[in-house]
Design a binder for this molecule. Structure first.
Ligand code: ADE
Length: 236
């Protein structure tokens, strides 16, 4: 998968893509991240990417020309596959695991990081990106949301998490019936007087599985009852 990121802060991404799973995915060739500095597409000496809003009001607005030029240029340089264009914005479709799974199947994503108080609406009219929000709160820019999307889709690429496929049983995944994940324990079997539930040491896999499902349900009921609404587990 290729992920293009258009941002005025390319260095913000360097830490994230050079560590952990993202680093491994890039080394394996599963993930290709191409960072594009939006300022390269400005026309003036000061490399201006924002300006005051027409009609007045507080804050600055991200200009349309550099963003439109950057996306067109990226698509001209690497036309295939054209890629799904995403604009990070608190007014967008809320990012969740199902959305991550949908995006993870794409061969290419182009992530546009909006900055400042907003962006010129003609960016949307001309490029027709889908707006993606990572939740109902406002950050200072789209860089952190873009990193969130990049991380979530990378770990879903085949082979990235290894053979035990831990993404299968995790919270929100279809294989886990959309439930939160059950509690996990590792060694030592006793820590500060707290013992690991006996059943996990029993070696009885059927019982362990039943216990885990019950725990997952209980946890979901307690923490996120909204996830059970309209499912077979609603009254369980
Ligand atoms: N930019 C600022 N806040 C955001 C959010 N919550 N999601 C996506 N992009 C954003």
């Amino acid at each position: 998968m290729r992920v293009d990121v258009v941002t005025i802060f390319p260095p913000m991404f360097e830490g994230v893509i050079s560590q952990s799973i993202l680093r491994i995915a890039r080394e394996k060739g599963t993930l290709d991240v191409v960072l594009t500095d939006l300022r390269e597409y400005t026309l003036d000496r000061h490399r201006t990417v924002d300006d005051r809003p027409f009609g007045g009001g507080p804050g600055m607005v991200m200009k349309a020309e550099p963003v439109v030029k950057a996306v067109r240029d990226l698509r001209a340089q690497a036309p295939e596959p054209p890629g799904r264009l995403l604009l990070m914005c608190p007014q967008g479709r809320v990012f969740d695991q199902a959305y991550a799974q949908e995006l993870a199947r794409e061969p290419r994503l182009i992530l546009l990081c909006a900055r400042y108080e907003g962006y010129d609406e003609r960016i949307v009219e001309l490029l027709k990106p889908e707006r993606v929000s990572i939740g109902d709160y406002v950050l200072t820019g789209g860089e952190l949301p873009a990193m969130v999307v990049l991380d979530a889709v990378t770990r879903l690429q085949p082979g990235v998490l290894g053979d035990d496929a831990s993404a299968v049983s995790e919270s929100f995944s279809p294989a886990n019936e959309g439930l939160l994940e059950y509690p996990q324990y590792t060694r030592p079997a006793e820590f500060e007087g707290l013992k690991v539930p006996e059943i996990l040491l029993s070696g009885d896999h059927a019982k362990i599985e039943a216990w885990r499902r019950e725990q997952a349900l209980e946890r979901t009921r307690a923490q996120r009852p909204d996830l059970l609404e309209g499912t077979e587990n609603q009254d369980a």
